[in-house]
Ligand binder design. Structure first.
Ligand code: NAD
Ligand code: 0WE
Length: 268
């Protein structure tokens, strides 16, 4: 049924680090729907992996882009303008905070680490959207998608400065959606439950969180990256043509819970 949903559409996917990345699950879903893909990778260390993954989906448009570097960002969107003469879809799936800040107390966050987390995890969406705007406008519109987490709205222990960065990301998306809407460019986010990716795997207590989702969530199970891929396909496609400035959850219903002790109880 979804075959050909994105036929003829051209998409830039950022944030692939390896085959477990949420961005990779999104890329696969877009490819299956017929989209043509380009990729960015963070630095030389990831180039080989991302080129190989891209090639498996028939893509050789693979560009380096450190989200903190304006010259990288400029070059990526210039290259897309030359290669494609425009852009339809943009996937923003980039985040970073210093590891020590995801382990200690939020109260102890230093200035430089705070600014770095917000620059990479929130400002990068604005930096990409402003460069995508003219390319998408040339197509009569477009769709931008970013990735967020419940810890941006409510306190999740240890998410700390990443929670503050996600709050900034979510607010940014609404302001972008307001302004870019007049060019028929939509901007949305997916708020995903815990997925065991490279960024997540190394987090202390991640297993405890997965166990909690399994016992306490309405659906009593964890989500998979492929679940995010399928929601991304919907939000980026014409099926979502009048959805913008929105944040949609794929989290087995965790966001509905208030967090009372009974909600964590086993086998109700
Ligand atoms: P991942 O490690 O596979 O992806 C994170 C990506 O960010 C990597 O590709 C990395 O190269 C990139 N990145 C970091 N710093 C960068 C920089 N300076 N410039 C360019 N790229 C940079 O992990 P993931 O879990 O797939 O994360 C993708 C997105 O999903 C993030 O925004 C994350 O916050 C969000 N998210 C993850 C989960 C989860 O549980 N895994 C849940 C909800 C939301
Ligand atoms: O957004 C994220 C993780 C993003 C992330 C992960 C790392 C680990 C490696 C950002 N920066 C770094 N820096 C590193 O050095 N998630 C939504 C996954 C996640 O991370 C958590 C979570 C969940 C869920 C951290 C604490 C508590 C819960």
């Amino acid at each position: 049924m979804l075959d050909g949903l994105l036929k003829g559409k051209q998409a830039l996917v950022t944030g692939v680090a390896n085959k477990r990345s949420i961005a990779w699950a999104i890329a696969q879903a877009l490819h299956r729907a017929g989209a043509q893909l380009a990729f960015t990778y963070q630095g030389p260390r990831l180039e080989g992996t991302v080129r190989e993954l891209a090639a498996s989906l028939g893509s050789d448009l693979v560009l380096e882009c450190d989200a903190t570097r304006d010259d990288d960002l400029d070059r990526v969107f210039q290259r897309l303008q030359v290669a494609w003469d425009g852009l339809d879809l943009l996937v923003h799936s980039v985040a970073f905070a210093a590891r020590e800040d995801l382990e200690g107390r939020f109260t102890d966050t230093g200035r430089a680490n705070f600014l770095m987390a917000l620059e990479i995890s929130a400002y990068s969406l604005v930096a990409m959207a402003q460069r995508a705007e003219p390319l998408m406008a040339a197509r009569g519109g477009g769709s931008i998608l970013t990735m967020t987490y419940l810890g941006g709205e409510r306190v999740v222990p240890h998410y700390n400065v990443m929670g503050v960065a996600k709050a900034a990301l979510e607010s940014s998306l609404r302001y972008l959606a307001f302004e870019l809407g007049q060019k028929n460019i939509r901007v949305n986010a997916i708020s995903a439950g815990p997925v065991r990716t490279l960024a997540a795997r190394s987090i202390a207590g991640f297993t405890v969180m997965e166990d909690h989702v399994e016992r306490a969530s309405p659906l009593r199970r964890n989500i998979e990256a492929a679940d995010v891929g399928e929601l991304a396909l919907f939000l980026l496609s014409p099926l979502a043509r009048n959805i913008t400035a929105d944040i949609v959850y794929v989290d087995s219903g965790m966001h509905a819970l208030a967090g009372f002790p009974e909600q964590a109880a086993v086998a109700r």
